[in-house]
Write a protein that binds this ligand. Structure first.
Ligand code: C2O
Ligand code: CU
Length: 483
C-alpha cells in the first residue's frame, strides 16, 4: 500500500488514517502490545548555541528543544516510543528516525509517508523499538539545510543485557561551515558543493561543541557510540594506541573486530559502537586524529588521563552484543537487481573508464549540469529525483530475499542509505566482506561495486538515497517499493 497523500485528504484525516494504518498493519516484528510506551517531545525552532569557545560569539542555529544536538532519546529494547514533534520553524519539516525499522507511515518522509508538519503544527510519531542499537533522528524536509543548521539528535535503544563497561558515551560528530563571526555560512546547496563532495565545513564538533580534551582514566573501559551527523564530511578516526574494537555498525551488532587499517570510518549518517580500553599511563595525553582526507589530517581532541588509575589491567569482560531479530536473506534464492549511480563532476569520465553504457540520455550522468541550479546532477539508474514523491525504480517482492548489485560510477564517495530495512553488505568489488555487516548506510568509494542483501519484509515505499545531503537534493535518490 502506498501512503502517498492525496490532495483531497485533509491533514487531520490523513494523520488519523495513517495512524489507523499503523494499528492494523501486520508488522514483520514481534508485537509489543504490553511494552511500556516512552513519551518524548521535540520542538524544532531557531535558537542560539555555542559551537566555538569564547571569545567567539555563539551561533544562530536551528535546534530541537533549544539545543544542538537535540536531546538524546534513550529507551530500552522492546519499548514503544512516542514522540510529539512541534514545528516552530518558519518552514515545513518532518522527523526521520534514521536506521530504525518501523512502519512506513512513521518514517518521516514528506509527501511520501506523511504530510509535512506545517509551521505551528504538530505530528506524533509512534513505533516499537524492534532493534537495540545506536540510531539518530533528523528532518527529511530540505535536509541539506535543516540538518546543516543543527537539526539532529541521537536515539539510543539499550540492550536488555548490554556488555559491561565503566562508562557509556555518545559522540555526535558534525562539521560546520562557519564564517569569521561564528555564524553559519548560508551558501547551502551551492553548485560547487552539489556537484563535488558536498558541503564540507571548517569546524568539527562533538555533541555540538568544538572539543578540546576528553578525560579518561587508566584501565577504564568505555563504550563509545559514534554518530556522523555531518552533511558531507566523512570521518576516519585514528585512536592511536587505543585500538578500539568495533562491536556494532549502524546500530547493528557485528563480530567484534579491530577497525580495518586502524581507522574507524564513518560516512555521513553512519554509526559505530566501539569498545575503548584506556591503556595509557596515569597523567598521559594522547591524540584523536582524523585522517579521512589525504593531506588534511587534523587533531580532533586530546585524551587526557587522570593522575590515578582506575585499574591495573585491561578488563577481560566479554564485548559481543546480542543479535537483533533481523530476518536472514537467503542468498541462493535471492532476486538480483542492478543499481548504478552516475553523475557529478568528472562523472562522464568515470563512466567511460568503467565501460558503462550511457543511461538516461544527454545529461544522464552528465559532467556537472550546473545549468540545472542544483537539480539533476546525480542519477540512480539514469534518473535524477525531484522531490520525494517518485515512481519506484524497483519493486521488491515482500518477504523475499533480494540482492542489490550497486555500482558507483562516479568520481566521489557516496554513503548509500535504505529506509525501513537493515541489509547485509556481502561483497565489495567481488570479494566477500569479512564480517557481512548489517548496515543501513554503506559507504561506496569511487568506481566501487558493492552487493547488499536483505529480506524485503517491510511493506511500503522506502527512500533510497545518498546521505551526502547535497547529492540527495540534486537527484541521488529513488524509491524502492516493497509490495
Ligand atoms: Cu538519514 Cu533518508 O535519511
Ligand atoms: Cu553522494
Amino acid at each position: 500500500m502506498s501512503l502517498k497523500c492525496k490532495p483531497t485528504v485533509t491533514r487531520r484525516a490523513f494523520v488519523a488514517s495513517s495512524l489507523a494504518g499503523v494499528m492494523s498493519t501486520t508488522l514483520p516484528f514481534p508485537g509489543a502490545a504490553e511494552a511500556a510506551t516512552q513519551k518524548f517531545s521535540l520542538r524544532a525552532a531557531q535558537g542560539r548555541t555555542r559551537i566555538v569557545p569564547e571569545p567567539h560569539s555563539d551561533t544562530a542555529a536551528w535546534c530541537y528543544n533549544g539545543k544542538v544536538p537535540g536531546p538524546e532519546i534513550r529507551i530500552r529494547h522492546g519499548e514503544r516510543l512516542q514522540v510529539e514533534v512541534t514545528n516552530d520553524l518558519a518552514e515545513e519539516t518532518t522527523v526521520h528516525w534514521h536506521g530504525i525499522r518501523l512502519p512506513n507511515a512513521m518514517d518521516g518522509v514528506p509527501h511520501l509517508t506523511q504530510v509535512p508538519i506545517a509551521p505551528g503544527d504538530k505530528f506524533v510519531y509512534e513505533f516499537d523499538a524492534v532493534d537495540a542499537g545506536t540510531f539518530w533522528y533528523h528532518p527529511h524536509q530540505r535536509s541539506f539545510e535543516q540538518v546543516g543548521r543543527g537539526l539532529y539528535g541521537p536515539l539510543i535503544v539499550e540492550e536488555a543485557n548490554p556488555p559491561r563497561v565503566d562508562r557509556e558515551v555518545t559522540w555526535v560528530l558534525d562539521d560546520w561551515r562557519l564564517t569569521d563571526d561564528a555564524s553559519i555560512s548560508d551558501d547551502f546547496g551551492n553548485a560547487h558543493d552539489v556537484s563535488h563532495a558536498g558541503r564540507l565545513g571548517n569546524t568539527v564538533t562533538i555533541n555540538g561543541l568544538v572539543p578540546e580534551t576528553f578525560e579518561v582514566a587508566s584501565g577504564e573501559r568505555i563504550r563509545l557510540r559514534l554518530i556522523n551527523a555531518a552533511n558531507a564530511r566523512i570521518f576516519a578516526l585514528d585512536f592511536g594506541d587505543h585500538t578500539p574494537r568495533i562491536i556494532a555498525l549502524d546500530g547493528q551488532p557485528v563480530t567484534p573486530h579491530d577497525p580495518p587499517g586502524g581507522l574507524v570510518v564513518l560516512g555521513p549518517a553512519m554509526r559505530a559502537d566501539v569498545i575503548l580500553d584506556c591503556i595509557g599511563e596515569p597523567g598521559a595525553q594522547a591524540q584523536l586524529v582524523d585522517r579521512a582526507y589525504r593531506g588534511n589530517d587534523f587533531r580532533v581532541l586530546d585524551f587526557t588521563y587522570a593522575d590515578t588509575a582506575l585499574r591495573e589491567a585491561t578488563p577481560d569482560w566479554p564485548i559481543a552484543l546480542p543479535a537483533n531479530p533481523i530476518p536472514e536473506p537467503d542468498l541462493s534464492s535471492a532476486q538480483r537487481h542492478e543499481v548504478t549511480f552516475t553523475g557529478g563532476m568528472m562523472g562522464m569520465m568515470v563512466e567511460r573508464e568503467m565501460g558503462l553504457e550511457r543511461r538516461g540520455g544527454m545529461m544522464g550522468g552528465g559532467m556537472m549540469g550546473m545549468m540545472h541550479d542544483g537539480r539533476g546532477i546525480w542519477f540512480v539508474n539514469g534518473k535524477a529525483a525531484e522531490g520525494h514523491v517518485l515512481d519506484p525504480f524497483l519493486t521488491l517482492k515482500r518477504d523475499a530475499s533480494h540482492i542489490l548489485e550497486m555500482t558507483n560510477a562516479t568520481a566521489f564517495d557516496h554513503p548509500i542509505h535504505l529506509h525501513g530495512h537493515s541489509f547485509r553488505v556481502i561483497s565489495r568489488n567481488g570479494a566477500p566482506t569479512p564480517h557481512r555487516e548489517w548496515q543501513d548506510t554503506v559507504l561506496m568509494a569511487p568506481r566501487e561495486r558493492v552487493e547488499i542483501a536483505f529480506v524485503a519484509d517491510n511493506l511500503g515505499d522506502w527512500m533510497f538515497h545518498c546521505h551526502i545531503l547535497e547529492h540527495q537534493a540534486a537527484g541521488m535518490m529513488g524509491v524502492i517499493r516493497v509490495a
